[in-house]
Design a protein around this ligand. Sequence first.
Ligand code: GLU
Length: 445
Amino acid sequence: MAAVGAVSRALAELHARLAVVDGGAVADYIPQLALADPAAFGLALVSMDGHRYSAGDALAPLTIQSVSKPFVYALALAELGLDAVTARVGAEPSGEGFNAISLEPGTGRPANPMINAGAIVTTSLIPADSPSERFARILACLSAFAGRPLDLDEAVYASESRTGDRNRALAYLMRGAGSLTGDVEQAVDVYFRQCAVRVTAADLAVMAATLAGGGVNPVTGEQVVPELTAERVLAVMATCGMYDAAGDWLLRVGLPAKGGVSGALIACSPARFGIAAYSPPLDPVGNPVRGVLALRELSERYALHVMHHPGAAPATVARDLHGESVALVTARGPLEFTTTERLLSALADAVAPLPSAGGVVLDLDRVTRVDGASAAMVREELTALRRRGLTVAAVGEAGAAVLDDPDHVFGTRERALAWCEQQVAAAEAPAELHRPPPGGDAQHW
Ligand code: GLU
Protein backbone atom coordinates (compact mmCIF):
# COMPACT_ATOMS: atom_id res chain seq x y z
CA MET A 1 0.00 0.00 0.00
CA ALA A 2 1.49 3.31 -1.04
CA ALA A 3 1.89 5.83 1.72
CA VAL A 4 -0.77 8.50 1.71
CA GLY A 5 0.74 11.90 1.08
CA ALA A 6 -0.81 14.11 3.74
CA VAL A 7 -0.03 11.78 6.66
CA SER A 8 3.52 11.20 5.42
CA ARG A 9 3.99 14.91 4.94
CA ALA A 10 2.69 15.64 8.46
CA LEU A 11 5.26 13.20 9.87
CA ALA A 12 8.02 14.58 7.61
CA GLU A 13 7.25 18.14 8.66
CA LEU A 14 7.25 17.22 12.35
CA HIS A 15 10.46 15.28 11.86
CA ALA A 16 12.19 18.20 10.13
CA ARG A 17 11.17 20.62 12.85
CA LEU A 18 12.19 18.41 15.79
CA ALA A 19 15.39 17.04 14.22
CA VAL A 20 17.14 20.30 15.15
CA VAL A 21 16.04 20.17 18.80
CA ASP A 22 19.06 19.70 21.06
CA GLY A 23 19.08 18.66 24.66
CA GLY A 24 19.13 15.43 26.55
CA ALA A 25 21.96 12.96 26.83
CA VAL A 26 22.57 9.59 25.22
CA ALA A 27 22.53 6.82 27.85
CA ASP A 28 26.03 5.63 28.66
CA TYR A 29 25.59 3.39 31.70
CA ILE A 30 25.45 0.55 29.17
CA PRO A 31 28.72 1.40 27.35
CA GLN A 32 27.59 0.12 23.96
CA LEU A 33 24.55 2.45 23.99
CA ALA A 34 26.87 5.46 24.28
CA LEU A 35 27.97 4.78 20.69
CA ALA A 36 24.52 5.73 19.36
CA ASP A 37 24.31 8.69 16.99
CA PRO A 38 22.59 11.51 18.92
CA ALA A 39 21.33 12.95 15.63
CA ALA A 40 19.50 9.75 14.62
CA PHE A 41 15.78 10.45 14.55
CA GLY A 42 13.01 8.32 13.07
CA LEU A 43 9.22 8.37 13.27
CA ALA A 44 6.84 5.61 12.15
CA LEU A 45 3.08 5.17 12.32
CA VAL A 46 0.97 2.10 11.48
CA SER A 47 -2.81 2.27 11.19
CA MET A 48 -5.30 -0.46 12.04
CA ASP A 49 -5.60 -1.14 8.31
CA GLY A 50 -1.87 -1.86 8.22
CA HIS A 51 -1.00 1.36 6.37
CA ARG A 52 2.56 2.38 7.21
CA TYR A 53 4.00 5.88 7.33
CA SER A 54 7.46 6.99 8.33
CA ALA A 55 9.95 9.83 8.36
CA GLY A 56 13.69 10.00 8.95
CA ASP A 57 15.64 7.06 10.37
CA ALA A 58 12.67 4.72 10.74
CA LEU A 59 14.74 1.77 9.52
CA ALA A 60 17.82 2.42 11.65
CA PRO A 61 18.58 -0.52 13.98
CA LEU A 62 18.34 0.00 17.74
CA THR A 63 17.90 -2.22 20.76
CA ILE A 64 14.41 -2.42 22.17
CA GLN A 65 15.45 -2.01 25.85
CA SER A 66 12.50 -1.13 28.10
CA VAL A 67 10.05 -1.02 25.23
CA SER A 68 10.20 -4.84 25.47
CA LYS A 69 8.51 -4.67 28.88
CA PRO A 70 4.85 -4.24 27.82
CA PHE A 71 5.20 -7.03 25.26
CA VAL A 72 6.75 -9.50 27.69
CA TYR A 73 4.10 -8.51 30.23
CA ALA A 74 1.51 -9.32 27.54
CA LEU A 75 3.08 -12.74 27.07
CA ALA A 76 3.03 -13.38 30.83
CA LEU A 77 -0.63 -12.32 31.10
CA ALA A 78 -1.60 -14.43 28.10
CA GLU A 79 0.20 -17.50 29.50
CA LEU A 80 -0.61 -17.22 33.20
CA GLY A 81 -3.64 -14.93 33.60
CA LEU A 82 -3.99 -11.65 35.46
CA ASP A 83 -4.29 -13.06 38.99
CA ALA A 84 -1.15 -15.19 38.78
CA VAL A 85 0.86 -12.31 37.36
CA THR A 86 -0.39 -9.63 39.76
CA ALA A 87 0.36 -11.97 42.67
CA ARG A 88 4.02 -11.46 41.73
CA VAL A 89 4.12 -7.98 40.12
CA GLY A 90 1.89 -5.05 41.07
CA ALA A 91 0.15 -2.56 38.78
CA GLU A 92 0.74 0.67 40.69
CA PRO A 93 2.70 3.61 39.28
CA SER A 94 5.89 3.81 41.31
CA GLY A 95 6.50 7.50 40.75
CA GLU A 96 10.16 6.52 40.74
CA GLY A 97 12.92 6.01 38.22
CA PHE A 98 13.24 3.00 35.93
CA ASN A 99 15.90 1.33 38.06
CA ALA A 100 14.40 2.08 41.49
CA ILE A 101 14.44 -0.46 44.28
CA SER A 102 10.79 -1.42 44.40
CA LEU A 103 9.68 -3.86 47.06
CA GLU A 104 6.14 -3.76 48.44
CA PRO A 105 6.30 -4.00 52.23
CA GLY A 106 5.24 -7.46 53.32
CA THR A 107 5.25 -9.18 49.91
CA GLY A 108 8.40 -7.80 48.25
CA ARG A 109 6.39 -7.40 45.03
CA PRO A 110 7.79 -4.82 42.62
CA ALA A 111 5.36 -1.96 41.97
CA ASN A 112 4.70 -2.60 38.27
CA PRO A 113 6.07 -4.44 35.22
CA MET A 114 7.25 -1.27 33.44
CA ILE A 115 10.17 -0.58 35.80
CA ASN A 116 13.23 -2.82 35.80
CA ALA A 117 12.43 -4.65 39.05
CA GLY A 118 8.96 -5.60 37.83
CA ALA A 119 10.21 -6.48 34.37
CA ILE A 120 12.88 -8.84 35.72
CA VAL A 121 10.21 -10.72 37.71
CA THR A 122 7.79 -10.71 34.74
CA THR A 123 10.46 -12.18 32.47
CA SER A 124 11.21 -14.89 35.02
CA LEU A 125 7.52 -15.88 35.02
CA ILE A 126 7.44 -16.89 31.33
CA PRO A 127 6.94 -20.66 31.43
CA ALA A 128 9.97 -22.55 30.05
CA ASP A 129 12.21 -25.49 30.94
CA SER A 130 15.42 -23.52 30.62
CA PRO A 131 16.62 -19.90 30.36
CA SER A 132 17.44 -20.38 26.67
CA GLU A 133 13.94 -21.68 25.98
CA ARG A 134 12.52 -18.74 27.94
CA PHE A 135 14.44 -16.26 25.80
CA ALA A 136 13.47 -18.13 22.63
CA ARG A 137 9.81 -17.79 23.60
CA ILE A 138 10.22 -14.09 24.34
CA LEU A 139 12.03 -13.51 21.03
CA ALA A 140 9.28 -15.37 19.17
CA CYS A 141 6.65 -13.25 20.90
CA LEU A 142 8.42 -9.95 20.13
CA SER A 143 8.82 -11.13 16.51
CA ALA A 144 5.10 -11.91 16.23
CA PHE A 145 4.31 -8.42 17.52
CA ALA A 146 6.72 -6.95 14.94
CA GLY A 147 5.54 -9.21 12.13
CA ARG A 148 9.06 -10.32 11.20
CA PRO A 149 11.84 -12.40 12.80
CA LEU A 150 13.89 -10.23 15.16
CA ASP A 151 17.38 -11.01 16.42
CA LEU A 152 19.75 -10.17 19.25
CA ASP A 153 22.34 -7.40 19.22
CA GLU A 154 25.16 -9.44 20.76
CA ALA A 155 27.37 -6.40 21.43
CA VAL A 156 24.69 -4.53 23.41
CA TYR A 157 23.74 -7.71 25.28
CA ALA A 158 27.37 -8.38 26.23
CA SER A 159 27.86 -4.75 27.23
CA GLU A 160 24.86 -4.72 29.56
CA SER A 161 25.70 -8.14 30.91
CA ARG A 162 29.18 -6.88 31.88
CA THR A 163 27.94 -3.71 33.54
CA GLY A 164 24.41 -4.44 34.75
CA ASP A 165 25.20 -4.69 38.43
CA ARG A 166 22.33 -2.49 39.52
CA ASN A 167 19.82 -4.84 37.86
CA ARG A 168 21.61 -7.79 39.46
CA ALA A 169 21.38 -6.04 42.82
CA LEU A 170 17.65 -5.42 42.31
CA ALA A 171 17.18 -9.08 41.47
CA TYR A 172 19.09 -10.26 44.55
CA LEU A 173 17.03 -7.94 46.75
CA MET A 174 13.85 -9.33 45.25
CA ARG A 175 15.00 -12.88 45.76
CA GLY A 176 15.82 -12.00 49.35
CA ALA A 177 12.29 -10.62 49.73
CA GLY A 178 10.79 -13.73 48.12
CA SER A 179 9.31 -12.01 45.05
CA LEU A 180 11.87 -13.44 42.62
CA THR A 181 12.35 -17.17 42.71
CA GLY A 182 14.97 -19.27 40.97
CA ASP A 183 18.48 -18.45 39.86
CA VAL A 184 19.17 -14.70 39.90
CA GLU A 185 21.96 -14.73 37.31
CA GLN A 186 19.81 -16.69 34.88
CA ALA A 187 16.80 -14.43 35.43
CA VAL A 188 18.84 -11.30 34.82
CA ASP A 189 20.56 -12.83 31.79
CA VAL A 190 17.25 -13.50 30.02
CA TYR A 191 16.16 -9.95 30.86
CA PHE A 192 19.40 -8.49 29.41
CA ARG A 193 18.88 -10.50 26.20
CA GLN A 194 15.28 -9.32 25.97
CA CYS A 195 16.46 -5.70 26.24
CA ALA A 196 19.08 -6.24 23.50
CA VAL A 197 16.64 -7.47 20.84
CA ARG A 198 17.25 -5.48 17.67
CA VAL A 199 14.35 -3.53 16.14
CA THR A 200 13.67 -0.41 14.08
CA ALA A 201 11.17 2.38 14.71
CA ALA A 202 9.14 0.86 11.85
CA ASP A 203 9.02 -2.47 13.75
CA LEU A 204 8.08 -0.70 16.97
CA ALA A 205 5.18 1.06 15.25
CA VAL A 206 3.80 -2.32 14.10
CA MET A 207 4.25 -3.67 17.63
CA ALA A 208 2.45 -0.67 19.13
CA ALA A 209 -0.31 -0.97 16.53
CA THR A 210 -0.77 -4.62 17.53
CA LEU A 211 -1.41 -3.61 21.13
CA ALA A 212 -3.66 -0.77 19.95
CA GLY A 213 -5.56 -3.21 17.74
CA GLY A 214 -6.66 -5.63 20.43
CA GLY A 215 -3.65 -7.91 19.99
CA VAL A 216 -4.07 -8.38 16.23
CA ASN A 217 -1.00 -7.49 14.17
CA PRO A 218 -2.45 -5.16 11.49
CA VAL A 219 0.22 -6.14 8.98
CA THR A 220 0.23 -9.96 9.33
CA GLY A 221 -3.32 -10.36 10.65
CA GLU A 222 -2.07 -12.66 13.42
CA GLN A 223 -3.82 -12.55 16.80
CA VAL A 224 -0.63 -12.32 18.83
CA VAL A 225 -2.26 -12.04 22.28
CA PRO A 226 -5.94 -12.07 23.31
CA GLU A 227 -7.84 -8.80 23.09
CA LEU A 228 -8.31 -8.60 26.86
CA THR A 229 -4.57 -9.01 27.36
CA ALA A 230 -3.83 -6.14 24.98
CA GLU A 231 -6.36 -3.98 26.82
CA ARG A 232 -4.73 -4.69 30.17
CA VAL A 233 -1.26 -3.98 28.87
CA LEU A 234 -2.45 -0.62 27.54
CA ALA A 235 -3.91 0.18 30.96
CA VAL A 236 -0.59 -0.50 32.69
CA MET A 237 1.31 1.44 30.01
CA ALA A 238 -1.04 4.39 30.54
CA THR A 239 -0.40 4.56 34.28
CA CYS A 240 3.20 3.29 34.54
CA GLY A 241 4.79 3.41 31.08
CA MET A 242 6.62 6.69 31.33
CA TYR A 243 8.44 6.06 34.63
CA ASP A 244 8.17 8.93 37.08
CA ALA A 245 6.74 11.18 34.33
CA ALA A 246 3.72 8.90 33.83
CA GLY A 247 1.16 11.26 35.38
CA ASP A 248 2.31 14.29 33.42
CA TRP A 249 2.38 12.18 30.25
CA LEU A 250 -1.21 11.04 30.74
CA LEU A 251 -2.21 14.63 31.35
CA ARG A 252 -0.47 16.15 28.33
CA VAL A 253 -0.32 13.36 25.76
CA GLY A 254 -2.94 10.92 26.95
CA LEU A 255 -1.77 7.82 25.09
CA PRO A 256 -0.50 4.55 26.62
CA ALA A 257 3.23 4.68 25.96
CA LYS A 258 6.61 3.19 26.80
CA GLY A 259 10.07 4.64 26.45
CA GLY A 260 13.48 3.01 26.68
CA VAL A 261 17.09 4.01 27.25
CA SER A 262 18.11 3.34 23.63
CA GLY A 263 15.90 6.27 22.61
CA ALA A 264 12.90 4.19 21.60
CA LEU A 265 9.40 5.37 22.38
CA ILE A 266 6.07 3.81 21.47
CA ALA A 267 2.54 5.07 21.94
CA CYS A 268 -0.74 3.34 21.23
CA SER A 269 -3.97 5.01 20.15
CA PRO A 270 -6.52 2.28 20.89
CA ALA A 271 -8.36 1.03 17.78
CA ARG A 272 -6.59 3.71 15.72
CA PHE A 273 -2.84 3.29 15.31
CA GLY A 274 0.55 2.63 16.84
CA ILE A 275 3.38 5.10 16.64
CA ALA A 276 7.08 4.89 17.39
CA ALA A 277 9.92 7.36 17.65
CA TYR A 278 13.65 6.72 17.80
CA SER A 279 16.02 9.41 19.04
CA PRO A 280 18.81 8.52 21.49
CA PRO A 281 19.16 11.66 23.68
CA LEU A 282 17.13 11.20 26.88
CA ASP A 283 15.63 13.65 29.35
CA PRO A 284 16.53 13.37 33.06
CA VAL A 285 13.67 10.93 33.60
CA GLY A 286 15.06 8.59 30.92
CA ASN A 287 12.55 9.29 28.15
CA PRO A 288 13.70 10.36 24.65
CA VAL A 289 13.55 14.15 24.27
CA ARG A 290 12.52 14.38 20.60
CA GLY A 291 10.13 11.43 20.84
CA VAL A 292 8.32 13.00 23.78
CA LEU A 293 8.01 16.32 21.91
CA ALA A 294 6.77 14.55 18.76
CA LEU A 295 4.08 12.66 20.64
CA ARG A 296 3.02 15.70 22.60
CA GLU A 297 2.58 17.70 19.43
CA LEU A 298 0.79 14.97 17.47
CA SER A 299 -1.59 14.35 20.33
CA GLU A 300 -2.49 18.02 20.68
CA ARG A 301 -2.77 18.71 16.97
CA TYR A 302 -4.92 15.70 16.14
CA ALA A 303 -6.81 15.47 19.46
CA LEU A 304 -5.55 11.96 20.18
CA HIS A 305 -5.89 11.96 23.99
CA VAL A 306 -7.69 8.79 25.09
CA MET A 307 -10.08 10.88 27.18
CA HIS A 308 -10.94 13.09 24.21
CA HIS A 309 -14.65 13.22 23.46
CA PRO A 310 -14.98 11.11 20.32
CA GLY A 311 -18.02 12.90 18.86
CA ALA A 312 -20.90 11.00 17.33
CA ALA A 313 -20.77 7.54 15.76
CA PRO A 314 -17.47 6.74 14.05
CA ALA A 315 -17.05 7.86 10.46
CA THR A 316 -17.32 5.37 7.64
CA VAL A 317 -15.62 5.62 4.30
CA ALA A 318 -16.59 4.00 1.00
CA ARG A 319 -15.36 4.24 -2.57
CA ASP A 320 -16.85 3.48 -5.90
CA LEU A 321 -15.98 3.89 -9.59
CA HIS A 322 -18.29 5.75 -11.97
CA GLY A 323 -17.55 4.69 -15.48
CA GLU A 324 -13.85 4.38 -16.26
CA SER A 325 -12.76 7.87 -15.44
CA VAL A 326 -14.55 9.15 -12.35
CA ALA A 327 -14.19 7.83 -8.81
CA LEU A 328 -16.53 8.54 -5.90
CA VAL A 329 -15.29 8.52 -2.29
CA THR A 330 -17.84 8.95 0.48
CA ALA A 331 -17.35 9.58 4.21
CA ARG A 332 -19.95 9.82 6.94
CA GLY A 333 -19.68 10.88 10.59
CA PRO A 334 -16.94 12.94 12.27
CA LEU A 335 -13.62 13.38 10.48
CA GLU A 336 -10.64 13.33 12.83
CA PHE A 337 -7.12 11.99 12.44
CA THR A 338 -7.95 8.29 12.10
CA THR A 339 -11.00 8.62 9.88
CA THR A 340 -9.16 11.19 7.77
CA GLU A 341 -6.24 8.80 7.36
CA ARG A 342 -8.75 6.15 6.23
CA LEU A 343 -10.44 8.63 3.89
CA LEU A 344 -7.11 9.60 2.33
CA SER A 345 -6.18 5.93 1.87
CA ALA A 346 -9.52 5.29 0.17
CA LEU A 347 -8.91 8.36 -1.99
CA ALA A 348 -5.43 7.14 -2.98
CA ASP A 349 -6.82 3.71 -3.89
CA ALA A 350 -9.74 5.27 -5.79
CA VAL A 351 -7.63 7.55 -7.97
CA ALA A 352 -4.88 4.98 -8.68
CA PRO A 353 -6.69 3.30 -11.63
CA LEU A 354 -7.97 6.59 -13.13
CA PRO A 355 -6.63 7.99 -16.40
CA SER A 356 -4.48 11.11 -16.03
CA ALA A 357 -7.40 13.38 -16.95
CA GLY A 358 -9.88 11.53 -14.71
CA GLY A 359 -12.03 12.97 -11.98
CA VAL A 360 -12.90 12.29 -8.36
CA VAL A 361 -15.92 13.29 -6.29
CA LEU A 362 -15.50 13.49 -2.54
CA ASP A 363 -18.94 13.21 -0.98
CA LEU A 364 -18.76 14.63 2.55
CA ASP A 365 -22.44 15.56 2.74
CA ARG A 366 -23.00 13.35 5.76
CA VAL A 367 -19.83 14.27 7.58
CA THR A 368 -20.99 15.61 10.93
CA ARG A 369 -17.88 17.59 11.83
CA VAL A 370 -14.32 18.05 10.68
CA ASP A 371 -11.52 19.48 12.81
CA GLY A 372 -9.11 22.05 11.38
CA ALA A 373 -6.06 19.76 11.20
CA SER A 374 -8.03 17.05 9.38
CA ALA A 375 -9.54 19.54 6.93
CA ALA A 376 -6.01 20.79 6.18
CA MET A 377 -4.80 17.24 5.44
CA VAL A 378 -7.67 16.59 3.01
CA ARG A 379 -7.23 20.00 1.37
CA GLU A 380 -3.53 19.34 0.85
CA GLU A 381 -4.27 15.99 -0.79
CA LEU A 382 -6.98 17.41 -3.07
CA THR A 383 -4.64 20.20 -4.15
CA ALA A 384 -2.02 17.60 -5.04
CA LEU A 385 -4.59 15.64 -7.09
CA ARG A 386 -5.63 18.77 -8.98
CA ARG A 387 -1.99 19.55 -9.72
CA ARG A 388 -1.73 16.09 -11.23
CA GLY A 389 -4.49 17.10 -13.66
CA LEU A 390 -7.46 15.37 -12.05
CA THR A 391 -10.82 17.11 -11.83
CA VAL A 392 -11.90 17.27 -8.20
CA ALA A 393 -15.39 17.99 -6.89
CA ALA A 394 -16.69 17.87 -3.33
CA VAL A 395 -20.14 17.62 -1.81
CA GLY A 396 -21.64 19.25 1.27
CA GLU A 397 -20.57 21.76 3.89
CA ALA A 398 -17.59 19.67 4.93
CA GLY A 399 -16.72 19.49 1.22
CA ALA A 400 -16.54 23.28 1.18
CA ALA A 401 -14.16 23.12 4.14
CA VAL A 402 -11.68 20.91 2.27
CA LEU A 403 -11.79 22.32 -1.25
CA ASP A 404 -10.37 25.77 -1.93
CA ASP A 405 -12.45 26.40 -5.06
CA PRO A 406 -16.15 27.00 -4.17
CA ASP A 407 -17.10 26.49 -7.84
CA HIS A 408 -16.22 22.83 -7.44
CA VAL A 409 -18.37 22.24 -4.37
CA PHE A 410 -21.91 20.95 -4.90
CA GLY A 411 -25.02 20.38 -2.83
CA THR A 412 -25.66 16.85 -4.05
CA ARG A 413 -23.57 13.95 -5.15
CA GLU A 414 -25.53 13.66 -8.41
CA ARG A 415 -24.67 17.21 -9.44
CA ALA A 416 -21.05 16.76 -8.49
CA LEU A 417 -20.80 13.53 -10.49
CA ALA A 418 -22.55 15.05 -13.51
CA TRP A 419 -20.22 18.05 -13.50
CA CYS A 420 -17.16 15.91 -13.00
CA GLU A 421 -18.12 13.54 -15.84
CA GLN A 422 -18.70 16.51 -18.10
CA GLN A 423 -15.27 17.98 -17.30
CA VAL A 424 -13.55 14.69 -17.83
CA ALA A 425 -15.37 14.09 -21.15
CA ALA A 426 -14.36 17.58 -22.30
CA ALA A 427 -10.74 16.94 -21.35
CA GLU A 428 -10.76 13.59 -23.14
CA ALA A 429 -12.33 15.04 -26.33
CA PRO A 430 -10.02 16.06 -29.22
CA ALA A 431 -8.41 19.46 -28.70
CA GLU A 432 -10.54 21.31 -31.29
CA LEU A 433 -13.71 20.34 -29.40
CA HIS A 434 -12.42 21.75 -26.12
CA ARG A 435 -14.71 24.23 -24.54
CA PRO A 436 -13.48 27.15 -22.44
CA PRO A 437 -11.98 26.04 -19.13
CA PRO A 438 -14.52 24.92 -16.52
CA GLY A 439 -15.47 26.83 -13.44
CA GLY A 440 -18.01 29.44 -14.53
CA ASP A 441 -20.54 26.87 -15.60
CA ALA A 442 -20.45 24.85 -12.38
CA GLN A 443 -23.78 24.34 -10.68
CA HIS A 444 -23.61 25.77 -7.21
CA TRP A 445 -25.22 23.99 -4.33
N1 GLU B 1 18.24 -2.66 29.75
C1 GLU B 1 17.92 -1.44 30.43
C2 GLU B 1 18.12 -1.62 31.92
O1 GLU B 1 17.62 -2.54 32.46
C3 GLU B 1 16.53 -1.02 30.14
C4 GLU B 1 16.13 0.25 30.84
C5 GLU B 1 15.30 1.17 29.99
O2 GLU B 1 15.24 1.03 28.77
O3 GLU B 1 14.68 2.08 30.56
O4 GLU B 1 18.79 -0.84 32.56
